[in-house]
Design a protein around this ligand. Structure first.
Ligand code: 26Q
Length: 793
């Protein structure tokens, strides 16, 4: 019955919304028709949520983020509305497979990695919990670049997710703001008036984000940049056709492309423009909504919580002060206090090169009034804390982390270790001045996408065993623990993993022409390529293992498939060398007729959210091997643990908390602690010592240097071998020996199927705390003072 009405709705959309004859519809047409059919069922809860928020004058949470790595939306919506079976049955009546339709959707890759994916998980949890919330960001025309490999090297191509209709968003032609840049500041009595000399239009596009069981839906509002006038008619009439289009091209550049995390890049004027563009538009929108309901600006902090996802929107502090002081006439320190009551800031990195700083020249040029306000904020803060030396400016630069800190009532780190390090390092002085401002909110991931959607086999088994309440109460997974001695259950748990691995192998053979042995351990490291994440430690261990297998091919090796996936920033030369090395090692090892029976390397191109959804449920071992103290949290680590892949990891980021939850016996720990890392760097020849002490490490490095993986150019990877035997800032060589030891322990554990199954299950059963629902509850209580508005039922 349900499928029947649903099937009719799909046909109706095909015919009347899209003007397609169902007889001739292609898979994309079916996908769009199905999406519209599902979207229809989101609109009512969405409106109801908005009405309930207005009716109760509830506080709203605004999540400002440069990045929302949302991936595909159709399956997520269908899962949350409980419509997967209905959709499959309805499509079947037309002879169409739901899986084909789902896999036709392009990924919305509006983010680089962890920070952007966290924002997407948070939106889903905010909706599941029924918290009135908006995500605000940029509607990039081109998301993160597409990666391909040519002769083992990364090549980038522009991403084009909007080539097909994006049916999930509603364009809001009426929701526009003019955003100014540059110009000058005039003083009129006590008031300052900023007159920009350039302007663009920010236009809203809204995507509803529906929570579990459709009980609530929030909005992701992304801004598109448009010109204030479509084209220059005078220039056109004078025959200057290209010149006439210039204003449009200039304005649209602002939302044209996502910056690929190129932290060393210097020509960043456009990046600062992007930041101000979306932050200013969002603040105007927030205040418009507030003004509609209230007429007393002192209520702002009790009705509006604005979370800054890293410092990318940190200009929100000065901009809000500017609006309140310059435009609304509020006293400067009152404006600062009100702004601070609304704002809070999440820090995602301690790496010095990733902390945002803008030159005062650039800032003063692009945002002259904001530069003055920053100076005044610095002044007010200094006067309030006369014995301290913290400044917001240094060497002609504005330090955005310090600015965000000073303008926020709460500042949070993303794991317990990271928050502790924030207090001891980058924000040591500010923490001493404001001792209760820094709080910890350990990251989490949404179980709807990362377990229920991505791993239907495991999810079905869990629901058969403990019921379905775990989906929005993930700590119920603990109930699985009592089944650890139930042979039938453990067999089913192992079978779900084997089936996922077989499915991945088939897909891999089809798409990459490489067969993977589903009986082997799938040992997986998927994340951005970065020296601190140490993919080169993993490939070194792979080389050493290969050498040992060659020495002794008939020993009882535990078969492994080493899987890597991830992109390098286009300008990050060393990271690109690591990719080249991994691909070169893969070519040699996979072609070795003897060793390839027990050791293979696979590196699929173009890692994205969808590939993660394929790989994680099919993984046995999760590689989380960053230099301790460098990975703020990690969130992939949580997805693996939930899906029953024990961690091979250092005591870094949230690995520490994962280990505490799953138990030391169910985690392969290796490497130096964050404190030991700091101490070891003081030993000037730490790398040389480590190499001298470990013949395996020396032999692996020598093999690279001898050109085994680059016969046409033996010194191709010289930069890598030189780094690892010299400066080796990320202590790859110093951690190698212990990594090797832990990997051999993993071999032994995996060979004992029952033992491994037990470890895997205990990872699933004990990782429920890593739900982003728990994280969001933390933000609500500690930072936002926000409440759930959902009426149960
Ligand atoms: C900055 C300036 C100019 C251009 C780009 C950027 C830029 C863009 C993206 C800087 C950083 C990022 C992304 C950072 C990120 O993803 N950090 C990760 O955040 C996760 C969520 O908290 C953590 O789990 C990871 O540990 C952290 O690396």
């Amino acid at each position: 019955m349900a499928a029947n009405g649903f099937a009719k709705d799909i046909a109706r959309h095909l015919t009347y919304s899209m003007g397609k004859d169902p007889e001739h519809a292609q898979v994309t047409d079916w996908r769009i028709a199905l999406s519209l059919t599902i979207r229809d069922r989101i609109v009512d809860p969405w409106f109801a949520s908005t009405r309930a928020t207005y009716a109760g004058h509830h506080k709203r949470v605004y999540y400002l983020s440069m990045e929302f790595l949302i991936g595909r939306l159709l399956e997520d919506a269908a899962v949350n509305l409980g419509l997967m079976d209905t959709a499959a049955a309805a499509l079947e009546t037309y002879g169409i497979a739901l899986s084909d339709v789902l896999s036709d959707e392009p990924d919305a890759a509006l983010g680089n990695g962890g920070l952007g994916r966290l924002a997407a998980c948070f939106l889903e949890s905010l909706s599941t919990l029924g918290v009135p919330a908006y995500g605000y960001g940029i509607r990039y025309e081109h998301g993160l670049f597409q990666q391909s490999f040519v002769n083992g090297q990364q090549k980038e191509a522009p991403e084009d997710w909007l080539q097909q209709d994006h049916v999930w968003e509603f364009e809001r032609a009426e929701s526009t703001y003019e955003i100014g840049f540059g110009g000058s500041v005039a003083t009129q009595g006590a008031r300052s008036v900023w007159t920009p000399d350039e302007a663009v239009i920010a236009q809203a596009h809204d995507t509803p984000i529906v929570g579990w069981q459709g009980r609530w839906a929030n909005t992701l509002r992304l801004w598109e940049a448009k010109p204030t006038k479509l084209f220059d008619l005078d220039r056109f009439n004078a025959g200057d056709y290209y010149g006439a289009a210039e204003p449009e091209a200039w304005a649209r550049t602002i939302s044209r492309v996502l910056y690929p995390d190129d932290t060393t890049d210097e020509g960043k004027r456009l990046r600062l423009k992007q930041e101000f563009f979306f932050t200013a538009a969002s603040l105007r929108d927030i205040l418009r909504r507030f003004d509609f309901e209230f007429d007393d600006l002192s209520l702002l902090p009790s009705k509006v919580a604005i979370q800054l996802n890293d410092t990318h929107p940190a200009i929100a502090g000065p901009e809000l002060v500017r609006i309140l002081h310059d435009e609304k006439g509020m006293d400067f320190t009152d404006a600062m206090n009100i702004a601070q009551g609304c704002l809070s800031y999440t820090n995602h990195t301690l790496l010095p090169e990733a902390l945002e700083r803008w030159s005062e020249g650039l800032m003063g040029d692009l945002l002259p009034r904001h530069m003055q306000i920053i100076e005044r904020i610095d002044d007010v803060h200094h006067k309030a804390n006369p014995n301290r030396t913290v400044t917001l400016r240094e060497d002609g630069h504005v330090k955005m982390g310090e600015l965000a800190f000073v303008m926020a009532h709460k500042v949070n780190g993303v794991s317990a270790l990271h928050t502790g390090l924030m207090k001891e390092t980058v924000f040591k002085d500010l923490n001493a001045m404001h001792p209760s401002r820094i709080v910890n909110e350990t990251n989490g991931v949404t179980p709807r996408r990362w377990v229920l959607g991505a791993n239907p086999r495991l999810s079905a088994l869990i629901s058969e065993t403990i019921g379905t309440d775990w989906v929005d109460d993930l700590e119920q997974l603990q109930k699985l623990e009592s089944h650890v001695d139930d042979a039938a259950f453990m067999e089913a748990y192992g079978q779900a993993k084997r089936d996922n691995k077989a499915e991945l192998s088939n897909w891999f053979a089809e798409t990459h022409g490489v067969a993977l042995d589903p009986e082997a351990m799938f040992d997986v490291q998927i994340k951005r390529i970065h020296e601190y994440k140490r993919q080169h430690l993993n490939i070194l261990e792979t080389i050493a293992l290969w050498q040992e297998i060659r020495d002794n091919p008939n020993a009882d090796w535990t078969p492994r498939v080493k899987i890597f996936a991830g992109k390098a920033a286009p300008g990050y030369v060393f990271a690109k060398q690591i990719i080249h090395l991994i691909n070169s090692v893969a070519s040699v090892l996979n072609a070795d007729p003897v060793t390839s029976k027990v050791l293979k390397v696979a590196y699929p191109e173009n890692y994205n959210v969808t590939l993660a959804e394929w790989l994680i449920p099919a993984s046995d071992l999760s590689e989380q091997i960053s230099t301790a103290g460098k990975e703020a949290s990690g969130t992939g680590n949580m997805k693996f643990a939930l899906n029953g892949a024990p961690t091979m990891g250092t005591l870094d980021g949230a690995n520490v908390e994962i280990r505490e939850h799953v138990g030391a016996d169910n985690f392969f720990l290796f490497g130096m602690t964050a404190a030991e890392v700091v101490a070891r760097r003081e030993v000037h020849d730490h790398a040389a010592r480590a190499i001298a002490a470990d013949p395996r490490l020396k032999r692996a490095l020598d093999e690279i240097a001898a050109g085994t993986f680059s016969p046409d150019q033996p010194d191709r990877f010289h930069a890598i071998t030189e780094n690892l035997s010299g400066a080796d800032y990320f202590l790859v060589s110093s951690d190698f020996t212990d990594y090797w030891r832990a990997q051999r322990e993993a071999d032994v554990a995996f060979a004992d199927r029952a033992r491994w199954g037990r470890m895997a299950l205990l990872n699933t059963a004990r990782s429920g705390w890593f739900s982003s629902d728990r994280t969001i509850r933390g933000y609500m209580a500690d930072i936002w003072d926000a409440r759930s508005v959902r009426t149960e039922g």
